[in-house]
Design a protein around this ligand. Structure first.
Ligand code: ZN
Length: 335
């Protein structure tokens, strides 16, 4: 499947993003006042304790696990602090009330429709039953709307614990379970596909999410999960300059490390892909704003500046085909 060309400004209108940026900074400032509620953790992917410092941003420390090469924030906010952070976040409130409504139609066409098509494609490729699909962390419900529109599944359920978002999902006519995923199990028959988009990187325990997805699934059911790829182009080139390196992103995995976590949780990894469309453009922007110095990097300067019009899209296509984009998808089958 070819994705429509994606331009960052289409999904993140600049003027809204400026206000959103201010609110995010205020949220992070508050989080840093709670630093005594942060906890040291071993690698949340493979549990190893050996590590070296990788990035430092906003006064937060990110470590590279020397065993599985994932990166993780440690110390990190406790689960209770994280819950409080999202509950009181001015940024998410603005996002829900302003940014998302203003950009929903662009996001629908550029993100959610391709996301729904890709999910159905994966399910077809692996001969899944098309009974129930459950989306964990359904947010605004746009993915669920788009997957319903494809009429591939008999039932689509949005699991969303945040009350305002859950209400938005209900207003769209979706079936909603307004609860954390572990409480959703009681209200569901065994699902055939569980999806979770851009959630796992935010959680105290990524392993818990995968186990909870597993508990929602029928035997041989599929889990389809997306998150940033720490081995992707923009993260590797930009490091802590990358917007992916974020105070809310605690876990930075790559296809192999997340795959091994799937296996530990009783899933067989059946495919991974990196369909991200933004890497080259994000790095180019940092170069144009001089945050990234390309003085001694003639190859990157040629790629991202001098020959950009001719090779930008080709290069991004290469990153996707080579599994080197910074957005990854992993699909697993429950054993
Ligand atoms: Zn590790």
């Amino acid at each position: 499947m070819t994705s429509p060309r994606l331009r960052e400004a289409e999904i993140r209108p600049d003027e809204l993003m400026a206000e959103q940026g201010r609110r995010y900074e205020a949220d992070v400032k508050w989080l840093l006042t709670q630093i005594d509620r942060f906890q040291e953790v071993p690698c949340p992917i493979c549990e190893a304790t050996e590590h070296r410092p990788e990035w430092s941003k906003y006064g937060l420390e990110y470590r590279r696990c020397t065993r599985c090469r994932s990166v993780y924030m440690s110390p990190r906010p406790s689960p209770a602090l994280l819950a409080e952070y999202y509950r009181r976040s001015a940024n998410y409130e603005y996002w829900n009330e302003v940014v998302f409504p203003a950009s929903e139609e662009q996001r629908r066409a550029k993100i959610f429709r391709p996301r729904a098509e890709r999910t159905v494609e994966i399910a077809r490729r692996h001969n899944t039953r098309f009974g129930t699909l459950v989306d964990v962390g359904a947010g605004f419900g746009t993915f669920c709307e788009e997957v319903e529109r494809l009429a591939a599944f008999e039932r689509v359920v949005a699991v969303e614990p945040e009350p305002h978002l859950a209400q938005t999902c209900r207003d769209k006519g979706l079936e909603v379970i307004e609860a954390p995923v572990e409480l959703a199990v009681e209200e569901l028959e065994a699902a055939d596909v569980v999806t979770s988009f851009e959630v796992i990187e935010h959680l105290f325990s990524p392993r818990e999410l995968i186990e909870k997805c597993g508990s929602l699934l029928a035997p041989a059911g599929l889990v389809v999960l997306t998150c940033p790829n720490v081995m992707g182009f923009d993260v590797l080139i930009l490091g802590e300059l990358s917007a992916t390196v974020d105070a809310e992103h605690l876990n930075y995995m790559h296809p192999a490390s997340l795959g091994s976590l799937f296996e530990k949780c009783g899933f067989e990894v059946i495919e991974h892909q990196t369909p991200g469309r933004l890497d080259a453009e994000l790095v180019r922007k940092k170069a144009l704003s001089n945050e990234l110095e390309l003085g001694d990097q003639p190859f990157l300067r040629r790629l991202l500046i001098e020959d950009w019009e001719r090779v930008g899209d080709l290069f991004q296509d290469f990153l996707v085909d080579a599994g080197m984009s910074s957005n990854m998808w992993l699909a697993g089958r429950k054993g």
